[in-house]
Design a protein around this ligand. Sequence first.
Ligand code: NAD
Length: 251
Amino acid sequence: MEIANKVFIVTGGASGLGAGTVRMLVENGAKVVIADVQDEPGEALAKELGQRYVHCDVTQEADGKSAVAAAQELGALFGLVNCAGVAPAAKIVGKNGAHPLDLFQKVVSINLIGSFNMMRLAAEAMSANTPEPTGERGVMINTASVAAFDGQIGQAAYAASKAGVAGMTLPIARDLAKTGIRCMTIAPGIFGTPMIFGMPQEVQDSLAASIPFPARLGRPEDYAKLVYSIVTNDMLNGETIRLDGAIRMPP
Ligand code: NAD
């Protein structure tokens, strides 16, 4: 499988892991639609790399359709990388009262339902593709988190949303197998992105110390390399792969 000239959508592509993925795909000759809600950095990255930016809130069906339509203007949509996500923390009870229900709903809506929304729209478009000689019509990659398996205090909503992402991967892969569309999920550990850089330095240090090897925070390039491997290896299907340096979270 060659990435060159294939068309991809990267949600959350304006920042962090998504932006690293956009760079990797473009370096390998792909055409990319950056789909995000952060218009300024999204437009800037698209301009720098000569690609398209589309304002796309992944929770909105109409926005997802616009992103798919923008991709189809560049050619047949072949790949979707779902990186859009949020990670607010909240304890179940505390000084400020119980975990707000609307916060839980928002996290699940963006991280889980938003990923599903983009997948079903992308799969619909991909299923009309002329298959590759291998029979493949497309590939979809989601982003879960090690929190899906090892959630920490304050991560109830986040961990639930990411467990949902991991959980839907295999049934969707099985469902779409006859169509030649693969579905995979990456579960990152701790990566140096704005999501983590927003935390206090001591928290960042303790997170980095929890990675035995390579004893550093993950980098967007580490994530992008796994995306490359998944796209180019059609035996990878229906799995959730941890990408975490054998992390052991502090208690
Ligand atoms: P980031 O904050 O740098 O990027 C997330 C992007 O998602 C942002 O550009 C943001 O604007 C976008 N986004 C948020 N809500 C959106 C919506 N409704 N529609 C479209 N775009 C939206 O964070 P990141 O670290 O690059 O995170 C990427 C993904 O990786 C997320 O799903 C996150 O949960 C996951 N993840 C990150 C880490 C980490 O340590 N950084 C670890 C595990 C999982």
